[in-house]
Design a protein around this ligand. Structure first.
Ligand SMILES: CC(C)(COP(=O)(O)OP(=O)(O)OC[C@H]1O[C@@H](n2cnc3c(N)ncnc32)[C@H](O)[C@@H]1OP(=O)(O)O)[C@@H](O)C(=O)NCCC(=O)NCCS
Length: 127
């Protein structure tokens, strides 16, 4: 995912007001989180983690917890009350991770990726 995000994608994300956190390990980019205003108006959370990714070799080492904590702090410091995050229902590791972070399953929806309708779940946290 990190390699699929080119400069144009980052420029657009930043222009739209996203806040981006990058986790580095030495000179390498180990992962990133992209956060901002919640886009799903039906959910009672003001902030949203749009994406949170670690390169495979940095997963399972505690960096996800750290990046999630920083993303949450960033949303609080931007004045957003509570946060939501969406994950594909088939992405069991991500569902387990967000549950381990204390997230409660708050909504279910579908999104079309490459012509396929995929189920996704929202997790929520109060501030
Ligand atoms: C999901 C992801 C961010 C988790 O990060 P990570 O660094 O692997 O997770 P951590 O090592 O920080 O784990 C934090 C806690 O979550 C728990 N956890 C992680 N994955 C889990 C799982 N599948 N099931 C249950 N608990 C899990 C860990 O046991 C740990 O608990 P502890 O701190 O109490 O020991 C990371 O694996 C990733 O980038 N995956 C690919 C991209 C992705 O799916 N992103 C989410 C898309 S919305």
């Amino acid at each position: 995912m990190i390699l699929r995000r080119g400069p144009a994608w980052w420029q657009t994300a930043l222009k739209r007001g996203s806040r981006v956190m990058v986790l580095t390990f030495g000179d390498a980019v180990a992962g990133y989180a992209n956060v901002g205003r919640n886009r799903a108006k039906g959910l009672p959370f003001e902030g949203e983690i749009y994406e949170l990714y670690l390169r495979p070799e940095y997963q399972g080492l505690g960096f996800g917890r750290r990046l999630f904590g920083d993303a949450r702090k960033e949303l609080v410091s931007a004045g957003f009350d509570g946060l939501a995050v969406w994950a594909l229902a088939a992405n069991e590791p991500a569902l387990g991770f967000y549950r381990a972070m204390g997230g409660l399953s708050v909504a279910r929806s579908t999104e079309t990726f490459g012509g396929r309708a995929l189920e996704k779940l929202a997790f929520g946290w109060n501030a």
